[in-house]
Design a protein around this ligand. Structure first.
Ligand code: ADP
Ligand code: MG
Length: 396
């Protein structure tokens, strides 16, 4: 792996600038879900136990290079102190004399939180001078914000070029899980890709057909593939202008030896709402006035048999309109099978994507998965085979 971890660094008496993602939801100035903060504990503890000082760098919201008081990180101090069970000092700047003075004055065992990096225009521009000014506050740079790693910003990329750099525990776990799923995976590898549209996941499909043994396509995007195969999909969500692209992806898959698994039976309804009257029909029998809202039981059985033989699964996108029952059935069933195979030690399962994480939680399957990425855009770009600047910058 082309990056260092905290274990490779001498942390004693060092100021460690830790880039974190603490974009937590808030209501009336109170953090309503501190998951993102609590997940940082292993990194904070590693640094403190080794005799180093954690200095947190983060963005918060989109202030676009200006000081926006509502987006000050200062308001997160109580939540950080509660989660870390340590004193947290806040400095209203992320660079310059004030930040350096705050680091000098920090008591042993305390944590320093610097102000929102995006208050400076140099952050998103990846300005080298700004990056060097932040770097001057610490001795070592540690990136624990995988979710921001697809952006080449000063605090995610530029700064790593000026200080000895490593991955934090969270970043390390994410990279190891992703490496296990697509880097050098145990085969056979299955990818499940669902969701609404082909157009948002073109690069993803193109990369996956080259890397996986089976590609299960579900959700709204399967309709485009079915239309490309000549099936009538009625009033379904379907990008008819993308059928040529779908054909190209299928040809690419054939050439690469990747089997594409499409629905063979479908659940159709006339209305997009919970409990809408529905029927399960064969793929060649979608009524002209109906929409495909889920995959049928025969398709789920097929997915199950692919998962039975698989060693690795990577999943993005629900198999149907999972928000409205009963069109969450295929997603729930397939998630259940994957969870069970994982729990019994037969499968390495990695999933990510906003709706996917919601769907797997709803299915009660998320906890059994090997790794669930909450990184959103960074996870997708990684699945697309792109180089993430924040990860590349950690390379030796
Ligand atoms: P993720 O956020 O995990 O990347 P997407 O945003 O691509 O996933 O897709 C999720 C959306 O796809 C959900 O809102 C779901 O309702 C929708 N969807 C899935 N299957 C269908 C379908 N057959 N018809 C319409 N919408 C669908
Ligand atoms: Mg989504």
């Amino acid at each position: 792996m082309g990056w260092k971890s905290l274990d490779d660094m001498d942390l004693k008496s060092k100021r460690v600038l830790v880039r974190v993602d603490i974009n937590v939801p808030m209501e009336n100035g109170v953090v309503t879900d501190d998951t993102r903060i609590r997940r940082l504990l292993p990194t904070i503890e590693t640094i403190l136990n080794a005799g180093g000082t954690p200095i947190l760098l983060a963005h918060f919201g989109r202030p676009k290079g200006q000081v926006v008081p509502e987006m000050s990180l200062g308001q997160l101090v109580p939540a950080l102190e509660a989660a870390f069970d340590r004193p947290v000092t806040f400095c209203a700047d992320c660079r310059g004399p004030a930040a350096i003075a705050a680091a000098d004055a920090l008591p042993d065992g305390a944590i320093l939180l610097l102000e929102n990096t995006r208050f400076y225009p140099g952050e998103e521009k990846n300005d080298a001078t700004f990056a060097a000014e932040m770097a001057a506050v610490g001795d070592i740079y540690c990136n624990d914000a995988f979710s921001a790693a697809h952006r080449a910003h000063a605090s995610t990329e530029g700064i790593a070029c000026t200080l000895p750099a490593c991955a934090g525990r969270l970043m390390e776990a994410e990279l190891k899980a992703l490496e296990a799923a697509l880097g050098k995976p145990e085969r056979p590898v299955v990818a499940v890709v669902g969701g609404a549209k082909v157009s948002t996941k073109l690069d993803l499909l193109g990369n996956l057909v080259e890397k996986v043994d089976h590609l299960v396509i579900g959700g709204g995007m399967a309709n485009t593939f079915l239309a490309a195969e000549g099936y009538d999909v009625g009033k379904s969500l379907c990008e008819h202008d993308m059928t040529g692209t779908a054909q190209k992806i299928m040809a690419q898959a054939r050439a690469a030896g990747c089997e594409i698994v499409l629905p063979t039976d479908i659940v159709v309804a006339r209305e997009f709402k919970a409990g809408a009257a529905n029927e399960t029909v064969s793929i060649d029998a979608c009524p002209a006035d109906a929409m495909i809202l889920d995959a049928g039981p025969e398709t789920v059985e097929r997915i199950g048999s692919v998962l039975e033989n698989a060693k690795t699964l990577i999943w993005n996108g629900p198999l149907g309109a999972f928000e409205i029952a009963p069109f969450d059935t295929a997603t729930n069933s397939a998630a259940g099978i994957a969870a069970e195979r994982t729990a019994s030690g037969h499968l390495i399962s990695v999933a990510g994507g906003g709706d996917t994480v919601a769907a797997l939680n709803k299915a009660g399957a998320a906890e059994s998965f090997t790794y669930i990425s909450t990184a959103g855009g960074a996870f997708l770009e990684w699945m697309e085979g792109k180089t993430l600047p924040g990860v590349a910058a950690l390379g030796a």
